[in-house]
Design a protein around this ligand. Sequence first.
Ligand SMILES: [Zn+2]
Length: 196
Amino acid sequence: MSIASPMIINDGRLSAATWLASPNYNERPENTIIDTIVIHNISLPPNEFGVCANDGVHYVKALFTNQLDWDAHPYFQTIKGAEVSAHLLIERDGNITQFVNFDERAWHAGRSSYLGRRECNDYSIGIELEGSDFVSFSAAQYDTLAKVIAAIYTAYPKTRRHLTGHSDIAPGRKTDPGDYFEWTKLREKVADNLSH
Ligand SMILES: [Zn+2]
């Protein structure tokens, strides 16, 4: 796929993503309109990127598929038993993995509220960027994320007005995507993709 071509979403799946099914999802409430995109960051162990288990599986992908070895790192003990997911993970090099169909409810937001509406998982799409609150995100991640969001805006037009961060829907509890995340840069890049 060339850089210039837009990404496509068909039947809830992003064409440019590698599919890796997570068991951590369920149905959205009946008649839910998907209208919000939530941006997160994640890294396992914290602040380390691209780390894989002995079997070669990226730790974040292992977490989202309930394959993480809780004994592999002391930090993992603190999240032991977590059953979580996101619709998408964008790695530092821009590679995209999809874990949950957009039409299903991924488990990324936890206790949350957006514009007075609780349970953001019900009506949002969750995108994890491999990163932390303490370093910049990569150019490849912004490029990819902007294309992904343009594709989501096209497939789920109600999301166009509701792009937010985990820290905004779970203040005091969550800090991601963090102060290094450049919302203006993202919005400009999304606009560029939509104008093509
Ligand atoms: Zn988050």
